[in-house]
Structures are given as C-alpha cells and as structure tokens.
Design a binder for this molecule. Structure first.
Ligand SMILES: Cc1cc2nc3c(=O)[nH]c(=O)nc-3n(C[C@H](O)[C@H](O)[C@H](O)COP(=O)(O)OP(=O)(O)OC[C@H]3O[C@@H](n4cnc5c(N)ncnc54)[C@H](O)[C@@H]3O)c2cc1C
Length: 328
C-alpha cells in the first residue's frame, strides 16, 4: 500500500496497517517526517456536544462529522496503546474534549521507514492513500497571505485525484488560520504558536486605510478574524500583552498611537485548507477506485467553521487503514 504524506494522517494509517500485518511504503516530499503535526500545539480534540460541532461547522458533511465525533475517543486510546503519552489529559477548553501530545514524541513514535524528499509520483498506481496535507501553500500564495504550516502542502494530491475523476467538497476557498504579525516580522516555524496574535476579540480592527472593520462578535478560536484580516490590517488595543511584545521582538510593526492605544500591523496566515477531496466515511475518494484520502486532503469536515485538523487526520487515517485491510 502506497501512502503519500508523512504527517498525522499518513503516519497513523501506516502504523495501523503495519499493526494489521500489511506492508506499507510511505513517501514524503519534505526533508523530515511529521508535516504540520510536528509544528502544531498537538491538541487532538472534538466538540463536547455533536450539536456544537454542527453549529460551528454548519456546511460540513454530517456523516463525516459524526464519524470523527464518535470515533475520536477510541482513536486517542489507540494512540496511547502504541505508547503515546499525553501531556494533557484534556484540552483545557470547556467546549471541547481530547488530549494533548508532544508533537516531537508523537512523530518519533509513528514515523518509521519514511522515504524522504520523495513526492507522490504523477503515475502512482492504486491502492494509494493521499495524505499530503491539503493545499495551504498554494492558497496562501494565490491570496497573498502568510503560511503557517509545513512548507510542502501545495495541492499535489488534489491535482492527482481531480485529474482522475475525483470531486471536491464545498469550502475550497476557506482556510483555518491565525492572525500573525505582518512583515517585516520574522516568523520561524518555532514561532508559529507564540507569535499568533490571539487577542483579536478585544481589539479594534482597522484596514490599512483606517476603515473600522471590527466584527460585532468573534468566535472563541478567532479563525473568523484570520479570514477577515486577509493580507493586512491593524489590531488596536488599550494595553500591551505578551503576544504583542513577541511581535515587537520579532521585528513586527507595533505603534504607540497619539490616543495612547497600541496598534499592531497584522496579516492572516494559512494553517490548512478546509475544502478538499470528497470522501466517504471509509475515507474512500468518491469516484476513484482504490484511492483513499485522509487528513486535510479530505474536505467537507470543518466547512463553514473550525474543528481539529489533527482529529480529522487521526480518525480518517484509521478509517482508511481499516477499510484497506478489509478490502484488499
Ligand atoms: C502551528 C500549528 C498549530 C496547530 N495546532 C493544532 C492543534 O493544536 N490541534 C489541531 O487539531 N490541529 C492543529 N494544527 C493543524 C494540524 O497540524 C493539521 O490539521 C494536521 O497536521 C493535518 O494532518 P495531515 O496529515 O492532513 O497533514 P500534515 O500533518 O501537514 O502532513 C502532510 C504531509 O504531506 C507531505 N506532502 C505534501 N505534499 C506531498 C507530496 N506531493 N508527496 C508526498 N508528501 C507530501 C507534507 O510535507 C507533510 O509531511 C496546527 C497546525 C500548525 C501549523
């Protein structure tokens, strides 16, 4: 079984298939395994109530959402049974439940025999799992946004499948992202979490032309603000905080205004795409025999909102492995 992408979805699928006695070959375009999972806060979560999942991601496929919501707890136990040690037993968010892991330890635990710097070949034959992490790099370039993700997920799996008759889900223009300090701030991969400007709910939001675009309400995850901010905007707040000081230290533009308030020049950064390949609840790519897709290559889960990309990758990676083992 060929697996393209050594992030959360691909590595989970590979580990489960090996557990089931199958041979796998894992190809990774990048210079290291782990994908965006390695860069993440590694909180693998679901909404506490299914109704909240539906309400927060109203345009997502209810069957895929139900699968992730119902299977996540067992999937987390499976990870623990492999030797993954949670650093938090819960998410510290009253709306959600899940576990937090150390992303380096999880990558080391899961990544075996990965062929690095080996992208999915154009002529790859099924059976095949597509787990290349969506097309965040491409979307960021097209929109002039920053990238807050691994440097390799540019939609190769999407192109491969679409050329062969697959279809896409709604939400192809949506992304999950964070508001970051705008250039000239220097943002290294290890700064993706600490430099996130996660205080937008108390900020006035102004365009570069000074137009007030502050929304009437902001979601708890502030993903809506990332989509609103787009290429550039200003956050204006009454007092500084550690994230503003981190932005200043990274070379971002932080201005003390005449009215005594502080303005931070910010930009949206894409963490991952929301739309993707249409899959069924066995992670089979609709319309393509012998091809599965997991993680954010599969769309239709968080459409219209925000949910855990790692949960999507874990549950769909396992679903694909179990279906592969049962069918070929
Ligand atoms: C800073 C940060 C914090 C985050 N925090 C959280 C969090 O706390 N909780 C949460 O749920 N999510 C979080 N996420 C999102 C989460 O990391 C992703 O949703 C998740 O990793 C997606 O898994 P995946 O397997 O689909 O993609 P990835 O983990 O990104 O793996 C995709 C892999 O495919 C490889 N690839 C790309 N193109 C090709 C190709 N052509 N051929 C072969 N390989 C290819 C990539 O190099 C990569 O290794 C965070 C992300 C970031 C960047």
């Amino acid at each position: 079984m060929l697996i393209a992408g050594a992030g959360m979805a691909g590595l989970v699928c590979a580990a489960r298939l090996r557990e089931l006695g199958r041979d796998v070959c894992v190809l990774e375009k990048g210079t290291r395994p782990g994908g965006s999972m390695l860069l993440s806060s590694c909180v693998v979560w679901r909404h506490l109530e299914f109704e909240d999942f539906r309400a927060e991601c109203p345009d997502g496929d209810p069957a895929l959402q139900r699968l992730i919501w119902e299977r996540l707890d067992d999937a987390l136990q499976w990870l623990v049974s492999l030797g993954a040690e949670p650093v938090w037993e819960d998410t510290e968010n009253p709306r959600t439940t899940g576990k937090r892991f150390d992303p380096r330890e999880l990558t080391t635990l899961l990544a075996h025999d990965v062929e690095l710097e080996t992208p999915l070949p154009d002529d790859a034959e099924p059976p095949l799992l597509l787990a290349c992490g969506g097309f965040g790099k491409r979307l960021a370039a097209e929109r002039g946004l920053l990238l807050r993700a691994n440097a390799w997920s540019d939609g190769a799996a999407l192109d491969y499948a679409l050329e062969r008759g697959a279809s896409t889900t709604p939400g192809m223009d949506e992304f999950y992202g964070r508001v970051m300090p705008a250039p000239p701030a220097r943002i290294r991969e290890e700064d993706f979490v600490p430099l996130s400007q996660l205080y937008g709910r108390v900020a006035q939001v102004l365009t570069d032309d000074g137009v007030d675009i502050t929304p009437p309400a902001v979601a708890w995850h502030e993903n809506d603000l990332a989509n609103l901010v787009g290429r550039r905007a200003w956050y204006v707040v009454g007092e500084t905080n550690e994230r503003i000081e981190a932005a200043r230290a990274a070379g971002g533009t932080v201005v003390e205004r005449d009215d005594g308030r502080i303005a931070v020049h910010v930009a949206a950064a894409v963490t991952h795409t929301i739309g993707g390949l249409a899959v069924d609840t066995n992670a089979r790519v609709v319309g393509l025999e012998g091809v599965w897709a997991a993680g954010v290559d599969a769309g239709g889960v968080a459409t219209g909102g925000y949910a855990s990309g790692l949960a999507q990758a874990l549950v769909l990676g396992l679903a694909a492995a179990d279906d592969v083992a049962a069918s070929i």
